[in-house]
Design a binder for this molecule. Structure first.
Ligand SMILES: [Ca+2]
Length: 391
């Protein structure tokens, strides 16, 4: 699928200073200005000459490396105008800057702000792809701007009107620009799975905490000129709810998660996100070389940090997220430092110590930030921060 370039375009500048003559102290010559985005470089701007007095005049041309962005009506002038203005600014403050020319999907660079709950309900009138039988549909879901793997529903064998009623959660970082991408496929035992259709839902169409049902016409692609889109590909029904985190969750003194009922019993409000930050360890020691990494195990789900080579005092500063339906009052999380051995052997893993942390404190206080002694380690310590952020 060809992607419409949708990136915050960074102008990386390559201003080559010429030697100033005494008379032309304020004149400079720009040799080249490059535009790069989240995608590979696809525009280059060549400037000719800039005469910088109080109001710089910038003259340049476009050269497209990929794509046909400038074919979009009106965009050429818009970009030209914007670039001219921004380059002029760069002469006063020469530094890289961002140019939001098309919609930005910068989900990967921001902090989480909420959880998107998705229920894939059903599909209707899907295309028949199998020679013998119907289709074997399943749905792949992905949030734009995330590098995480797609989530997927189960496969409904031989069914053009499948019902899934399956739920998924996504951590949202930018509800204004992120979109949920839904792709329906026909499962195949051997060959490539056929595409049955796709659709997207922009998260900005969702009101906070309100469940919205969407009945989506499936398309071949998002390209409005794609002739294949005239064909009826059936429909997909999904229910979406965006639950923003409470603002005060990020600060320390948070009490909003656990509320006291009228009868005095404490009860946890709905779901949230457990944020586990593995900061560093000290005095971890392998039998031979020490190449430590950390495994975080919670409710059967395992996440790993990168391996720090040859270090007994490793620093990871890695963050892991677990989205949950309920506050983990009764649960523990296991954090284990492992040793990655360089040689290939039957026992490539070696534990350097672990700690089990009860999450009740985290839920009650919103946050812990502690250094723990590692169990089954001589002097090993690990520094961990855990936050519970409710919606
Ligand atoms: Ca099939």
């Amino acid at each position: 699928m060809s992607k419409i370039p949708q990136c915050a375009m960074k102008i990386a500048k390559y201003i080559k200073k010429t030697q100033h003559t005494k008379q032309e102290a304020r004149e400079r010559d720009v040799s080249c200005v490059g535009l790069t985005g989240g995608e590979p470089d696809w525009i280059f701007i060549i400037t000719k000459l800039v005469h910088l007095h109080f109001q710089p005049k910038v003259d340049f041309g476009f050269k497209l490396l990929h794509g046909d962005l400038m074919a979009i009506p009106g965009l050429h002038h818009f970009v030209q105008d914007m670039v001219a203005k921004q380059i002029a600014i760069m002469y006063h403050w020469p530094q890289a800057l961002e140019l939001p020319i098309l919609e930005v999907s910068s989900g990967t660079t921001k902090r989480p702000v909420g959880i998107l709950n998705v229920k894939v309900v059903r599909a209707m009138n899907l295309l028949k792809m199998d020679l013998l039988g119907k289709s074997d549909p399943y749905v792949k879901l992905k949030l734009s701007g995330e590098r995480l793997r797609s989530k997927r529903t189960s496969i409904k064998m031989c069914n053009l009107n499948p019902e899934w009623n399956e739920n998924f959660k996504f951590v949202v970082k930018d509800p204004k620009t992120q979109v949920l991408e839904l792709h329906v496929f026909d499962w195949e035992k051997v060959k490539l799975h056929d595409k049955l259709g796709m659709q997207v839902v922009p998260l900005r169409s969702l009101a906070p905490h309100e469940t919205t049902t969407f009945t989506l016409d499936l398309l071949k692609s998002l390209n409005p000129n794609d002739a294949h889109n005239k064909k009826n590909r059936g429909m997909l029904v999904v229910e979406l709810t965006f639950d923003p985190f409470k603002e005060d969750n990020w600060s320390m003194g948070r009490q909003s998660c656990v509320q006291t009922g009228e009868d005095g019993d404490e009860f946890a409000s709905t779901g949230g996100m457990l944020l586990v930050i593995i900061e560093s360890a000290q005095d971890v020691e392998g039998k031979k070389k020490t190449n430590p990494y950390v495994e975080v195990v919670f409710k059967g789900e395992k996440k790993k940090t990168k391996v720090i080579k040859k270090s007994r005092d490793p620093r990871w500063d890695e963050e892991f997220q677990f989205t949950l339906d309920e506050a983990p009052m009764e649960d523990k999380i296991r954090i284990e430092v492992m040793n990655k051995r360089s040689r290939i052997s039957l026992h490539t893993k070696e534990s350097l110590g672990h700690v089990d942390i009860s999450l009740a404190d985290v839920v009650n206080n919103g946050r812990i930030n502690e250094t723990y002694h590692l169990i089954n380690s001589k002097n090993g310590m690990i520094h961990v921060e855990i936050k519970w952020i409710t919606t």
